[in-house]
Design a protein around this ligand. Structure first.
Ligand SMILES: [Fe+2]
Ligand SMILES: [Fe+2]
Length: 205
């Protein structure tokens, strides 16, 4: 079955990536715990831009709650495997996208910064979804992560991140209308540049 990411990503992650990421499953899982934590924090911090918009605020609260649930489940999985939560080594995908936003935003106005934050969140979710799918495909043959419970968990995460990508896109479209697709087109090229330069390591990004 072919995979369609929730956003039209312009560079596909190469097939060999998942094997490299699975080389250190304890590191991969630890890094992913931090990703889920940061996803919850990002949704909560975006709430400040949606006061006076109860529907969007509620959607962000649900996103934050779901990410926090993922964070707890990844921590529980670490505990089951007897692996520890390592220090946060940072998300280079997110850092690259934020740097691209900063470089482009010189002299631009505040509301455009919010559009970028929403689109960056959507792109991170979409790339996570693509890579979780690749991990799910590769993990079947893996000694520790090849069991049915773990594969079901990866599938659940992948499905949720696809929904989150579309949720951030809809938040952007509600606020910014047609400008959203114009800016998304620009962002899809930036994301392709950033993801191509990422070193492969035991992390989703
Ligand atoms: Fe998540
Ligand atoms: Fe997510």
């Amino acid at each position: 079955m072919s995979f369609r990411p929730p956003l039209p990503l312009r560079v596909a992650t190469p097939a060999g990536w998942a094997e490299a990421a699975l080389a250190d499953p304890a590191g991969l899982l630890s890094d992913h715990a931090h990703c889920e934590k940061k996803a919850a924090l990002a949704a909560l911090s975006l709430l400040n831009a949606f006061t006076g918009d109860p529907r969007s605020a509620l959607l962000l609260a649900k996103l934050a709650e779901e990410e926090l649930g993922h964070f707890r489940k990844v921590l529980e999985a670490l505990q089951r495997f007897g692996w520890e939560l390592r220090p946060d080594a940072g998300n280079r995908h997110a850092q690259g996208l934020l740097a691209a936003s900063e470089a482009d935003r010189m002299g631009r106005k505040g509301h455009e910064a919010l559009l970028d934050r929403l689109l960056i969140a959507a792109l991170i979710e979409a790339r996570s979804c693509e890579r979780l799918y690749l991990l799910e495909q590769a993990a079947g043959a893996h000694a520790e992560l090849g069991n049915a419970e773990w594969l079901a968990f990866l599938f659940e995460l992948e499905r949720c991140e696809a929904g989150h990508a579309l949720a951030y896109l809809s938040l952007a479209e509600d606020r910014f209308g047609a400008a959203t697709r114009v800016r998304l087109d620009w962002w899809l090229d930036r994301e392709a540049e950033v993801v191509t330069k990422l070193p492969w390591r035991a992390a989703v990004h």
